[in-house]
Design a protein around this ligand. Sequence first.
Ligand SMILES: [Ca+2]
Ligand SMILES: [Ca+2]
Ligand SMILES: [Ca+2]
Length: 111
Amino acid sequence: MELNRLMNSVMTEIQMIQIHAEIIVFFQFVETMYINQANETCDDGNLNNNDGCSSTCKIERCGDSIKQANEQCDLGILNGNVCTPLYGGSCTYCNGLCQNITLNGAIVEMV
Ligand SMILES: [Ca+2]
Ligand SMILES: [Ca+2]
Ligand SMILES: [Ca+2]
C-alpha cells in the first residue's frame, strides 16, 4: 500500500513535469507566431500574404522585390529603370509606384 502511494506520487510528479514542458513549448510557439524576432520587420500572427505583413514577417511594400496583390510589378531596386523602346516597337518597365508603364518607340516614317 505504501509502495503504491509512493508510485502514484512519482507518476504524478512525472506528469507534472511533462505538462510543464508542454506549456513551455506552447508559449514558445505563441511567441514565435506573434512576437517580432530580429529578422522580422512585422508580425501579424498569420501566414497570409497581401495583408501588409508577409508570410515571412516582412513589411509588404513597393520595392521589396515581391509583387503584392495591389502591385502590377515589383523589381526591387530596379523599379523606375526606364526602358528604351525600339523604333516602331514598345517596351514595358516597372515604375517607382510598382505600376507597369509601356513606352512606344518612334514610328519610322516611310518617305
Ligand atoms: Ca514571429
Ligand atoms: Ca500576414
Ligand atoms: Ca512589393
